[in-house]
Design a binder for this molecule. Sequence first.
Ligand code: SF4
Length: 213
Amino acid sequence: MNISEIFYSIQGEGVEIGLPTVFVRLFACDLRCSWCDTMYAVEGRDFKKMTVGEIRAGIAGFGCRRVCITGGEPLIQKDEAGELTEYLIKDGYRVVLETSGHKLPPPVFWTENCIISMDCKCPGSGMQERMDFGLFQKLRPQDQLKFVIADEADYEYAKQILSKYTIKANIIFQPAGGQGLGWLPERVIGDNLERVRVLPQLHKLIWGDKRGV
Ligand code: SF4
């Protein structure tokens, strides 16, 4: 597998925010979000080739039973990501898959000990045309659908998606850049979007725009 980095930190996003987690960042992505903060895992050749066995050993070395498979877009290496996750689940790990809403995750990610964390790309990303809204409706109550909100237009777009589709998953609104929540909580309260969690990227509040945390 092409691996950008493996590191141990706290989960900075979504419903597992704050929990110690091992991150496995897979290299490559077929989207180009305007605000992407992991371009080192999207373009260039900054990755290492590792076997599933080597990755499992790397994860085991941290002694934490929670793993986040992220990217880039992990489902570019769908079969390998699925194989790794099958081993992890058998070994008793809990897995979060971070993916964009344009690829169907393989069956192993729909099992009890996996959370699918799917992004709905808003207009500010420049990638909204790539989204498959049918995927959002497949998400389960344990999963999450995350909207990165860059401006008012993104906020209105997210609201429109939520009113148009039946979504059972947790809903996260996250400000682009991960910090400076500013007006977003006030708008959510003002519009009484009672299902929405407004969350920062905790790792950015703690460590700033640093790699490997
Ligand atoms: S999907 Fe993620 S990794 Fe790919 S360009 Fe967008 S933010 Fe970056």
